[in-house]
Design a protein around this ligand. Structure first.
Ligand SMILES: Cc1cc2nc3c(=O)[nH]c(=O)nc-3n(C[C@H](O)[C@H](O)[C@H](O)COP(=O)(O)OP(=O)(O)OC[C@H]3O[C@@H](n4cnc5c(N)ncnc54)[C@H](O)[C@@H]3O)c2cc1C
Length: 321
């Protein structure tokens, strides 16, 4: 089974991409120094530096103007479609995962993101990756070639990696490639982080019972009056009432505050796993039978709005005295 590695030579973490791909190839026992690495780059002055740490000896350096998924994909498809490799490996960053999925779609293959290791035979590959926020290890079989995988983040360099004595590189200049007309403007935004929730001492967590985005925005005001960080259950994030970096639970933040005030959440296992390390859990829910009421240290059976309004009023009064 032959493979190719596709790296982003425009990224400041190019060196990390090389070392994590090398470590992945060694730990998966598929290191083939004769395989090819395709490198997209946009700084011709730095191109020689890019060849120094690659995981394979055969290199194809492709100069582009801007590293855009659309541009990289159309060049890749043009180069590879006539005679695709069995397997393509992409780095573990966001751009690598996007390319892996979209390239597989274009070539009619299969894809998987954040892969930690793989085993392969002539007919299929089996990949392992962390699932449920890394609490479980999942094994996935892929059967449609080409397999396009992006690697898990944080694969550490392997001490045993061998030095490559000689590398052979070919160069292509695709810097004239136009970006698609439908891209009008590009902006880069900082990735959302779960840090605020995971380090907070007091967290208010709102569930589906808050019912809409307006109420989420009101909850934001109340939480800040109380001096608490605000988190939500999955339906609140998936309905678009709150951003995804507010999600608490198995798929989001695992919090350990002094106090977690859980409002209008039922306390499903997937959510409760995210708050169970809280020192004290206080639930406010209209349903006395719901799971959170049984698992909380203190439960108030009432409409969350009435209780929250009263709480913020009392705190406001307290501050004014
Ligand atoms: C693979 C997988 C991963 C998942 N990961 C997560 C995760 O990370 N986090 C997560 O939260 N969920 C996760 N879920 C979803 C999870 O199983 C539940 O569906 C979800 O937690 C339910 O959210 P909820 O409690 O807000 O909503 P519901 O279960 O609908 O509960 C709403 C609660 O609000 C109460 N209520 C309604 N109105 C009021 C009111 N006015 N005042 C007070 N109480 C009121 C109701 O009595 C009810 O108890 C996952 C599911 C799967 C399959």
């Amino acid at each position: 089974m032959n493979y190719k590695v596709v790296l982003n030579g425009c990224s400041p973490n190019f060196s990390n991409q090389c070392s994590s791909v090398s470590a992945f190839l060694i730990s998966s026992n598929i290191l083939d120094r004769e395989a090819q690495t395709l490198i997209f780059y946009n700084n011709s002055a730095a191109k020689l530096k890019l060849t120094a740490e690659t995981p394979t000896s055969l290199l194809h350096l492709i100069e582009i103007n801007n590293y855009e998924a659309e541009t990289v994909l159309s060049i890749l498809a043009e180069l590879e479609k006539p005679n695709p490799a069995d397997l393509y490996l992409f780095p573990g960053d966001y751009a690598g995962s996007e390319l892996a999925v979209r390239f597989a779609y274009r070539l009619g293959g299969s894809s998987l993101a954040a892969v930690e290791s793989l085993q392969m035979d002539q007919h299929q590959i089996k990949c392992t990756k962390g699932v449920y926020n890394g609490y479980l290890q999942g094994t996935f079989k892929l059967s449609k070639k080409p397999y396009c995988l992006s690697l898990a983040r944080g694969i550490l360099p392997n001490r045993d990696s061998q030095v490559i004595e000689k590398r052979e590189a070919v160069y292509s200049d695709r810097s004239e490639e136009r970006q698609p007309a439908y891209i009008v403007k590009r902006t880069v935004e900082k990735a959302e982080s779960l840090d605020e929730l995971e380090s907070a001492k007091f967290v208010v967590a709102g569930g589906r019972g808050i019912k809409n985005k307006d109420n989420y925005l009101k909850l934001q005001t109340s939480a800040s009056l109380l001096g608490a960080a605000l988190g939500v259950s999955r339906p609140v994030a998936l309905n678009g009432w709150a951003p995804l970096n507010k999600l608490i639970g198995a798929s989001g933040a695992i919090i350990n505050p002094e106090i977690c005030l859980a409002l209008a959440v039922s306390g499903s296992p997937a959510f409760f796993g995210g708050i169970e390390k809280s020192r004290k859990i206080i639930a406010i829910n209209t349903d006395p039978q719901t799971a959170i009421v049984n698992n909380a240290d203190v439960a108030v059976i009432d409409d969350y709005k009435a209780v929250l309004d009263e709480l913020t009023r009392l705190i406001g009064e307290d501050k004014n005295h």
